[in-house]
Design a binder for this molecule. Structure first.
Ligand SMILES: O=C(O)c1ccccc1NCC(=O)[C@H](O)[C@H](O)COP(=O)(O)O
Length: 259
């Protein structure tokens, strides 16, 4: 059984509990109307989605000492185009409270980074103040991905549709995903390879699809590499969470587009 299988089994349990306990519309959080797609497509620089990631299955504990609101404020002041908040608890030590805390103090789009398998998680993401949800092609069959994609759209949310191989890229195109995240990390083996972005990027029309390269970004040369492949944005977790000087980290990773 892969780690993704294990996570999805936990999500089934979480969704069952949510359906029993959670009434959509009851969370009261500040709402911000922000389109990640529009902002990133119009940017002159590679847009950075800075992630809140205390721990992960591949790396174990990364940094559990952060205050999500403070970290969110720093991300925004350093120039993050958006903030990703991992809200999965068993595997990443995140919570929905983290996302709400960040929403209260920032105005940039927020991605609810979780393993979405049901509409009720999308309702909760919106209620908590997220603007974007994640759909992972490897997690569900096409029909279910399409239903959740359409549901999130109807709620006015952006969808980061995550792929890792050619098959999944075909699924993204069938659904008509406008924001495609190419995850350089294989969620089954944890192997990270930026060549994944290079291999898949040319399969989309860059004028219509916003391409985000996810995982494994540590240095400027990494960002330059995925930019050359066609990415307009990057999603950075571990490097942000381990950084002793976030301003410097953003300055290094913030690469101009079009040079
Ligand atoms: O990071 C993991 O170990 C992981 C394992 C299983 C499923 C998802 C996982 N990570 C989610 C992500 O894709 C990353 O958090 C994100 O792309 C940032 O990656 P990085 O900059 O390498 O921390």
């Amino acid at each position: 059984m892969t780690i993704l299988d294990k996570i999805l089994i936990e999500k089934e349990k979480e969704v069952a509990a949510l359906k029993a306990d959670y009434q959509p519309g009851t969370l009261q959080t500040k709402k911000v109307n922000a389109s990640l797609y529009k902002q990133f497509m119009e940017a002159d620089y590679i847009s950075i989605i800075a992630e809140m990631k205390r721990a992960s299955p591949s790396k174990g504990l990364i940094n559990d000492g952060i205050n999500p609101a403070q970290q969110g404020q720093i991300y925004q002041s350093c120039g993050a185009g958006a903030i990703s908040v991992l809200t999965d608890e068993p595997f990443f030590q995140g919570t929905m409270k983290d996302l709400q805390a960040v929403r209260e103090v920032v105005d940039v789009p927020i991605l609810n980074k979780d393993f979405m398998i049901d509409e009720i998680q999308i309702d909760r993401a919106k209620d908590a103040g997220a603007n974007v949800i994640l759909l992972i092609a490897a997690a569900l069959p096409l029909k279910r991905l399409d239903e959740l994609y359409q549901y999130a759209k109807k709620q006015g949310l952006d969808i980061l549709f995550e792929v890792h191989n050619e098959e999944e890229m075909k699924v993204a195109k069938t659904i008509g995903a406008e924001i495609i995240g190419i995850n350089n990390r294989d969620l089954k083996t944890f192997h990270v390879d930026l060549a994944t972005t290079e291999r898949l990027a040319d399969q989309v029309n860059p004028d219509e699809v916003l391409l985000i390269s996810e995982s494994g970004m540590k240095e400027k040369k990494d960002v330059e590499r995925v930019k050359r492949a066609g990415a307009k944005g990057i999603l950075v977790g571990e490097t942000m969470m381990r950084s002793a000087d976030l301003k410097e980290t953003f300055d290094i990773l913030r690469v101009p587009l079009g040079e």
